[in-house]
Design a protein around this ligand. Structure first.
Ligand SMILES: NC(=O)C1=CN([C@@H]2O[C@H](COP(=O)(O)OP(=O)(O)OC[C@H]3O[C@@H](n4cnc5c(N)ncnc54)[C@H](O)[C@@H]3O)[C@@H](O)[C@H]2O)C=CC1
Ligand SMILES: O=C(CO)COP(=O)(O)O
Length: 339
């Protein structure tokens, strides 16, 4: 694999699917990567066998990638710190990691969720708890299913930061012949797009599990985009961000792919499993399950109507039957499409 970036020392905190796939991208781009993970069996396997069989079976990792359970070791000398843990665990993890975070490093969020209780985006949690300057924080988001990325199938993505220089530096560090990052300054729009598409994918999955076809799924995706844009614009995002990779791009990938954990979670709910049953057999994070509640609360706090998110939250938190969701959505008062 040819390299396209200047070599940097990168710490990737999180050894799940996306932390591992993104480490592969970083190594292919010429960087040296130290991953941090909680479980010795995973970090030992990455370090000794150059594989992560639980999350990405069949992948052989570059010798540029190593792994440790010691966060101080992972962060020592890191020029870029990549955060890839489940969104709802970020705050508690950052509280432990804070003493070791290199003050001059660029921080990159790979996470697609909104924090429960605070309604904060992940970059906000990084700035607040990690005490990081917003100009040194960026977000990588877009249609990037980890299991396709590790096949090195071509994909595009967005690196968003308040600082154009930071976005450019991070994009440079992760550009490879199969991974094409675009830069963006609309951090709010990119993070809301990434978090909300997971909830919409749950709804699309439910429709599929109930036996509905492509008209139904396309309608949910499109109306999901409308309510995502409504919330984003109210919170200061640029409307056009939602027609880009962080909006439509990620919605299409996540809502249509059987590789999406959120989509698959929704399918199982539609087929009649309970949330607890699906959680029990799901070993990876489906962020939309928690973000449905936090996004709904965020929308409520600024007076934005999000009927699809509301119905998903009713299913995953209040046990509403998915078939009732359809009736609820279809019986809403008719209105103009753009309102
Ligand atoms: N997998 C994918 O295709 C993509 C995922 N993302 C986002 O990346 C973020 C991470 O997701 P994945 O790596 O896919 O999840 P995953 O479920 O594959 O891995 C999560 C990792 O975090 C660890 N973990 C779980 N609870 C933890 C805790 N309390 N503290 C510290 N570590 C904990 C797990 O052991 C695992 O190593 C999510 O926000 C997800 O939405 C974004 C783009 C693509
Ligand atoms: O964010 C993703 C693709 O861009 C991954 O989606 P899932 O978390 O639903 O697998």
């Amino acid at each position: 694999m040819s390299t396209t970036g200047t070599s940097r020392r990168v710490a990737v905190l999180g050894t799940g699917s996306w932390g591992t796939a993104f480490s592969m991208i970083l190594a292919d781009a010429g960087n040296d990567v130290t991953m941090w993970g909680r479980r010795a069996e995973v970090t030992d396997e990455i370090r000794r066998q150059h594989t992560n069989g639980q999350y990405l079976p069949g992948l052989t990792l570059s010798r540029r990638i190593t792994a440790t359970q010691d966060v101080a070791e992972a962060l020592d000398g890191a020029q870029v710190v990549v955060l890839a843990v489940p969104s709802q665990s970020l705050r508690a993890n950052l509280e432990r990691w804070r003493p070791h975070l290199p003050g001059d490093a660029l921080h990159v969020s790979l996470m697609k969720g909104i924090e429960l209780g605070t309604g904060r985006r992940m970059s906000e949690v990084i700035c607040e708890v990690g005490d990081v300057d917003p100009e040194r924080v960026s977000v990588v988001t877009g249609p990037n299913l980890a299991r396709e990325i590790v096949r090195r199938d071509p994909a595009a993505s967005v690196v968003a930061s308040a600082s154009k220089d930071t976005a450019e530096a991070v994009a440079h560090a992760c550009a490879t012949p199969y991974f094409r990052p675009y830069t963006e300054t609309d951090v709010v729009g990119c993070e809301l797009g990434g978090a909300t598409k997971n909830v919409v994918a749950l709804a699309v999955g439910m429709a599929e599990g109930l036996g509905m076809g492509d008209n139904s799924k396309a309608s949910i995706i499109t109306r999901g985009l409308a309510e995502t844009t409504r919330l984003g614009v109210r919170l200061g995002a640029k409307p056009l961000t939602f027609s880009g990779l962080a909006g439509v791009g990620d919605l299409i990938a996540t809502c249509m792919s059987p590789l999406s954990r959120n989509h698959s979670f929704g399918v199982k709910l539609g087929q009649g499993m309970t949330v607890d049953e699906v959680v029990a057999e799901t070993r990876q994070v489906a962020e939309g399950v928690k973000s449905a509640e936090s996004i709904l609360a965020l929308a409520g706090s600024v007076g934005v109507d999000m009927p699809i998110v509301e119905q998903v939250a009713a299913v995953v938190h209040d046990g509403r039957d998915p078939s009732e969701v359809v009736t609820q959505l279809m019986s809403r008062a008719r209105k103009e499409e753009r309102r």
